[in-house]
Design a protein. Structure first.
Length: 279
């Protein structure tokens, strides 16, 4: 390929183009009569397709999305295909093709991934893709063939991926820093909320640990806990004041009134009269 092909690998203001090495052909899935990707065994499905580990991780990282639809369906080779899907502001296209060995082995295949949408969302999607995959997708089985087919040097492939991963990590780290700044401000303003703020500080520590592990969902959960604690501790929200007031005004069980009518005598045994005797 030429220099123009090399320049398209990476990200600009509108889209991202990445190439990835496929290591596993699974899962095997089905294609329905309208060309949508379906689970294997889907009623009325026709063709079959090997989705592969990269495409599976990419669609998972995309988040809740429309059913992927094939622009190019596989024929004899179930690993040659192209599909696309939308998720809110992001659109993803994935194509699978061999780059050496005539497609006879799993390691012969690569995926071309194109994502369009806001750069921050693209970065987060790529971050989650790599975390889900558990390996570096830009590392090929056959370096020279990979560079030749993609028209791009290995170093450029690596930087294209790592730039997005770094961008997403920095965005999440900035969110953690903002929560931590709010924590410090509230510690100075209200010492009575130390217990709630200690819980927020613990959650912030968990968020940083999850960020180091590239576990974005765990970062979000920890930040959610920290934010909830800060809202409770903030005197401007009056959350704790409202809870205290509710506890003070809660009605106590009232003692029995003196004029209550005793009805114990009504429960005395009633004499039994047997009317079953025959005359």
């Amino acid at each position: 390929m030429n220099a123009e092909a090399e320049e398209q690998v990476g990200s600009d203001a509108r889209r991202t183009v990445l190439y990835a090495q496929v290591r596993d052909t699974q899962p095997r899935m089905a294609i329905d009569e309208e060309g949508y990707l379906r689970a294997e065994g889907w009623p009325g499905s026709g063709g079959k397709v090997y989705l592969g580990d990269v495409a599976q991780a990419a669609l998972r990282a995309l988040g809740p999305h429309d059913p992927p639809r094939f622009a190019e369906q596989p024929r004899l080779d179930e690993q040659r295909w192209s599909l696309g899907s939308h998720a809110n502001e992001l659109h993803m296209t994935i194509s699978s093709s061999p780059y050496w060995g005539f497609g006879l082995l799993t390691s012969c295949f690569l995926n071309r991934i194109e994502i369009s949408g806001p750069l921050g969302l693209r970065a987060r999607c790529v971050h989650d893709l790599v975390a889900s995959l558990g390996r570096n997708p830009w590392e090929p089985s056959r370096l020279r063939q990979f560079e030749k087919v993609t028209g791009c040097k290995s170093a450029r492939h690596r930087s294209a991926w790592e730039e997005l991963i770094t961008r997403a990590s920095e965005d999440m780290s900035e969110e953690v820093d903002q929560i931590e700044d709010s924590l410090r401000r509230l510690r100075r303003a209200d010492e009575a909320a130390s217990g709630v703020l200690d819980a927020a500080e613990m959650a912030i520590g968990e968020a940083r640990a999850a960020l180091a592990d590239r576990n974005a969902p765990a970062v979000e959960r920890a930040l959610g806990r920290a934010a909830s604690a800060l809202i409770e501790a903030d005197p401007e929200t009056q959350v704790r004041t409202a809870e205290s007031s509710a506890q003070r005004t809660a009605p106590n069980p009232s003692p029995a009134k003196q004029d209550d009518v005793g009805a114990e005598h009504l429960l005395e045994e009633v004499p039994f009269v047997d009317l079953s005797e025959e005359e």
